[in-house]
Each structure stands twice: as structure tokens, then as C-alpha cells.
Design a protein. Structure first.
Length: 334
DNA sequence: GCGACAG
DNA sequence: ATCTTGTCGC
């Protein structure tokens, strides 16, 4: 029973969502709070988390939420969890968090219960941080609700506050050389909202990095860069790969019958070319050859004093942050 | 009708 | 997000 896509919520709901974003935005800390963030080599950083949500084709409410934790600097997966969920809110640009964040928070809570020692010291999130309509994208949202440092890594530019894919913007992209180049994304107010980062020598489209929570933009970009083996940073990439794989394993024998045949042929084609090249064909990092070698508190008054995000005492803070379910449930037309 | 549109 | 085909490079 693949339920059909949810419709756009009424203005009343969007209004409530905006208020919530404005309320939580006050809790965002956009500077470094951890010692490792200031260290040139990130010494002290040992665990980087990544989250992603993949969807079941033909079904806009069934999805797989995955949370992975990679060791740093090895970037090897030390924790992984995939879980099927039923989304309650539709996707509306600017309100991605209301669709995904409740499940991401739950994933972090389960990690806290099962393997507290593996709690990541920072989360890389697929989406924007402060580079957002209300200055509070999904990366900020998740960061604030969990009180974990977080970074927003988007694959497409969200055209907000004067930012646009103008010819000038495209020209700046063309000028990015080594796979480490960046240029600032300056909003209309003159504030730097994020950085465009050419994460890979052979990738055309840059990543759009912005502050999520408890980290400076400088450290956020440096960290993202340090986590990139391919175009997308490994934590996010691994979360993506594994959530997709989970859906394949789970719905492999069922799912949309009409599409199964092609799915099989695709799988066979992938196996035909086991080793992939380095380049990620034109911006996207979804090519069959893209497989890497292995398959696989009260923050009301932010203090300048660095806190250890790995300190489990802070996790209690997370539990205290309410996630009013009604706010994350789309009220569609009666 | 046209442009926008994180995931 | 998801789907698609081909193409380049090692």
C-alpha cells in the first residue's frame, strides 16, 4: 500500500513551522565549542556521524533512515543503523526538517541507548544549516535538538537571501581549481552564509557547506574537506549507500513489480564492473562505478566555554528537548 | 504561463 | 528525494 505523496500543508501549518524555526534558531551556536575544532589536524576528533534518508520508489512516505558513525581520521564505519519509518510530513522547500528530523533524533537516541561510547562528536547532515530561508535548515535543527555539533552539506544551492545561480556564481564555480577550492556565499545582508567547496578534483558541482550548530564555518569546511574521499563526505555518503542498500534488501522481493525487472538488470550491470574509477561523472556521485573498494541543557545562554560533545552528560539535554509531535505532522486538507 | 525547487 | 543512459578514466 504505497500511500500517495502528501500534499502541501495549509498556510496555517507552515506558519507554525516558521515560528518553531524562529524559536529554535535562537539556540544555534555558530562558533567552535570543541577543542578539536580549533586544532589544525582535528586531533581529539575520533568519531564523525552521518545521517541520511532514502525513499522507497513510488512511495513518498516510506523511507529508510540511517545513522552511521565513522572513525576519524580513518573514516571507517564503526556504527550503523538503518530503520524503516513512515514519514508524516511532506517535503516542502525550507521545511525539510519537519519531514526528517524527528526520525533522525530518534536514531541518535537509540545510539545513545545502545552504544553511548560511539556517540559522534559532530554530525554531517545532508542539507543546509544556516544557509536557509529562516537561517535554520535541517542541519541546525538536528544539531539543536541533539545538542551535537553539526554541519550542513547540500549538493544544490538553495537560492535564498540574494544567493542565486547567476552567471557570476557559475563563473566562480568554473574558477575552482584544485579539489579543495572554495568561495564564500555572501547573502544580501553581507553575511557569509556558507561556502561553496569543490570537494573532489573531478567533480564539477561544488558542495554547499554551512554551519549547523556548535561549529564555525571555517571548521565546518575544513572538516567536510577532510571527510571527502569522493564528492560527498564519507559519513553522509555511507549513510546514503547503506540506507539504499537496506531498502533493496528489505523490498527487493516485493516493491513495485513494474520496476523490479530493471532493478535486477541494474544490479547485474553493477557487478560486471567491480572496480570503479575515481571520477564521479558530472557532478553526481551516484554512478554504478562509484562504489568504494569495500561494499560496502539549556542552551538559552550559550557560553564561550568549550564543552565536550562526547560528554554523555550533555545527552540528557537532548532528552529534555521536546519534539512536539503535532508540529512534525502535516495537517493536510480534510 | 513562468520560475523555483535543500531532500 | 528517484529515475535514466551513456561516457570517461584507471
Amino acid at each position: 500500500m504505497a500511500r500517495e505523496g502528501a500534499e502541501r500543508p495549509p498556510e496555517e501549518t507552515l506558519s507554525l513551522w516558521k515560528r518553531e524555526q524562529a524559536r529554535l534558531k535562537a539556540r544555534v551556536v555558530d562558533w567552535d565549542t570543541e577543542a578539536w575544532q580549533r586544532d589544525p589536524d582535528f586531533s581529539g576528533l575520533q568519531r564523525v556521524g552521518g545521517v541520511d534518508v532514502s525513499f522507497v520508489e513510488g512511495d513518498s512516505v516510506s523511507a529508510c533512515v540511517s545513522l552511521v558513525v565513522l572513525s576519524y581520521p580513518e573514516l571507517e564505519v564503526v556504527y550503523e543503523e538503518c530503520r524503516m519509518v513512515t514519514l508524516t510530513a511532506p517535503y516542502v522547500s525550507g521545511f525539510l526538517a519537519f519531514r526528517e528530523v524527528p526520525f533522525l533524533v530518534e536514531a541518535v537516541q537509540r545510539l545513545q541507548e545502545k552504544e553511548p561510547d560511539l556517540m559522534p562528536q559532530v554530525l554531517l547532515v545532508d542539507g543546509n544549516g544556516v544557509l536557509h530561508h529562516q537561517g535554520f535548515g535541517v542541519a541546525c535543527h538536528l544539531g539543536v535538538l541533539t545538542d551535537l555539533p553539526s554541519v550542513g552539506v547540500a549538493k544544490k544551492l538553495l537560492q535564498v537571501d540574494g544567493l542565486e545561480k547567476s552567471d557570476l556564481h557559475k563563473e566562480k564555480i568554473r574558477l575552482l581549481r584544485a579539489g579543495e577550492d572554495t568561495f564564500p556565499l555572501v547573502g544580501g545582508s553581507g553575511v557569509v552564509l556558507g561556502m561553496a567547496l569543490k570537494s573532489h578534483d573531478h567533480s564539477t558541482n561544488p558542495l554547499y557547506v554551512s554551519v549547523g550548530h556548535r561549529i564555525s564555518l571555517e571548521a565546518a569546511v575544513r572538516l567536510t574537506r577532510a571527510c571527502c574521499r569522493f564528492r560527498t563526505p564519507e559519513p553522509v555518503r555511507q549513510a546514503d549507500i547503506r540506507s539504499r542498500e537496506y531498502i533493496r534488501r528489505t523490498l527487493g522481493s516485493h516493491g513495485p513489480p513494474a520496476l523490479r525487472q530493471e532493478r535486477i538488470q541494474k544490479a547485474q550491470r553493477s557487478e560486471a564492473c567491480p572496480r570503479g574509477g575515481l571520477g564521479e561523472p558530472e557532478g553526481e556521485d551516484r554512478s554504478p562505478q562509484d562504489h568504494s573498494p569495500d561494499p560496502g541543557a539549556e542552551l538559552d545562554e550559550p557560553s564561550e566555554a568549550p564543552r565536550d560533545s562526547g560528554n554523555l552528560k550533555n545527552r540528557a539535554v537532548m532528552m529534555s528537548v521536546s519534539t512536539d509531535q503535532s508540529l512534525y505532522r502535516a495537517k493536510n486538507t480534510p
